[in-house]
Design a protein around this ligand. Structure first.
Ligand code: OSB
Ligand code: MG
Length: 382
């Protein structure tokens, strides 16, 4: 049995502690600079947070949904509705995580809402035991390599400058957002300036299968992968596209579950997986996907949703698991925020690695004064 399978079996037997208070909090953190993808431009991070309190200990789950449906169909508002009306009523002290998962499966889709509850419950269980989240997951890695995702830029020169800043920071690989009309020239400029840098692109579904010949132009730039070139819910056409390209494809938006990952692997829709725990219903499902991918020799990396320090920490703990064989999208806090909700924030060391937090649970402290300032609404559920 693999280390992940053993850890998962043990986790599923963990029991829910009694919960005294439940709150849903919406926060808004201004971005240092706008972040643009092919379907959206964000100037703030709006995040829905779930706070569970048990015996004076507060645990948190950050929902990765945006306030709009431009990356995924879930939004902060739909997640709040699903959590409040369907998921939180299914919480019951003493039930196992396995039973909680079974109850959550009655809710179709809404993986981001489900992950929010699961993350908060795991944080609570880890804190009740006084151990960091990665210990609960059975992982021993002490630091993880950091990669960065650079949003769409005004010109190839601006992109080259942004990549230069990332290289100076020692990020282990650089991902560049592309869209129709902002692709070959942009990537060529970066590749000419940085011949050896591990580079990849992410289209967030901006192309159609008809664009296969155009996309084949990217084969010249020695990219590690092209992430989600086709529609946000397609698996089949990516398989057809992959057959025509030298460069590996990677799926992001299309993968919501272990079953989706199995379909993509079986069809040859991608050779690499972007695993966002918040997009697949949480950490437990992520562990299953890691196992499946490893069994098929598919490299996996941890994606990001420009999370606040809460979700960012979860992604770091997750990446201590075997099976994350490529650097992820977890970059340092200061690249998105002047001020985060938590202390300490995420920083890169001189070699572009992030230390795994060793405090209980997700391992950072929510600064109450900042939370009060950045909060735009709060709903007391219990
Ligand atoms: O497609 O991976 C994506 C951010 C928001 C929505 C979608 C994506 C992204 C990123 C940024 O690429 C990842 C990060 O820095 O957290
Ligand atoms: Mg992506």
């Amino acid at each position: 049995m693999t280390r992940i399978a053993a850890a998962l079996d043990a986790l599923l037997l963990e029991k829910l502690p009694p919960i005294d208070h439940v709150d849903l909090v919406l926060v808004r953190l201004p971005f240092v600079s706008p972040f643009a993808i092919s379907t959206a431009v964000w100037t703030t991070k709006d995040a829905l947070l779930l706070r569970l309190e048990s015996g004076g200990v507060a645990a948190w789950g950050e929902c990765v949904a945006d306030p709009d449906p431009f990356y995924a169909s879930e939004t902060t508002t739909t997640a709040r509705h699903i959590l409040k009306d369907f998921l939180l009523p299914r919480l019951e002290p003493g039930i196992t995580l396995s039973e909680l998962e079974r109850r959550m499966r009655h809710v179709r889709g809404n993986e981001m809402a489900c992950a929010t509850l699961e993350n908060a419950v795991l944080d609570l269980i880890a804190k009740a035991k006084g151990v960091p989240l990665h210990a609960l997951l059975g992982a021993a890695r002490k630091k993880v390599p950091s990669g960065i995702s650079i949003g769409l830029q005004e010109s190839p020169a601006a992109l080259v400058a942004a990549v230069g800043d990332a290289v100076a920071k020692k990020y282990h690989r650089v991902k560049m957002k592309i869209q129709k009309g902002k692709d070959l020239d942009y990537v060529r400029a970066v590749r000419e300036r940085f011949p050896e840098l591990p580079l990849m692109v992410d289209a967030n579904g901006d192309y159609r299968l008809d664009d296969a010949e155009h996309l084949a132009g990217l084969d010249a730039f020695d990219l590690t992968m092209i992430e989600q070139p086709l529609s946000y819910h397609d698996i089949y056409q990516h398989a057809l596209l992959q057959m025509t390209l030298k460069t590996s494809l990677c799926l992001d938006e299309s993968i919501h579950s272990l079953d989706d990952a199995a379909a993509a692997i079986a069809l040859g829709s991608c050779r690499i997986l972007n695993l966002k725990q918040g997009r697949v219903g949480g950490i437990l499902e992520s562990m299953r996907i890691l196992e499946l991918a490893a069994a098929h020799g598919i490299p996996v990396w941890s994606g990001g949703m420009d999370e606040t320090g809460i979700g960012r920490a979860v992604n770091i703990h997750l990446q201590t698991l075997d099976g994350f064989t490529l650097p992820g999208d977890t970059s340092e806090t200061s690249r998105y925020f002047h001020e985060d909700l938590v202390e300490p924030g995420v920083v890169l060391d001189a070699d572009g690695f992030i230390d795994v937090p060793e405090g209980p649970g997700f391992g950072a402290r929510v600064v109450e004064e900042r939370l009060a300032r950045l909060k735009i609404s709060e709903e007391k559920i219990l």
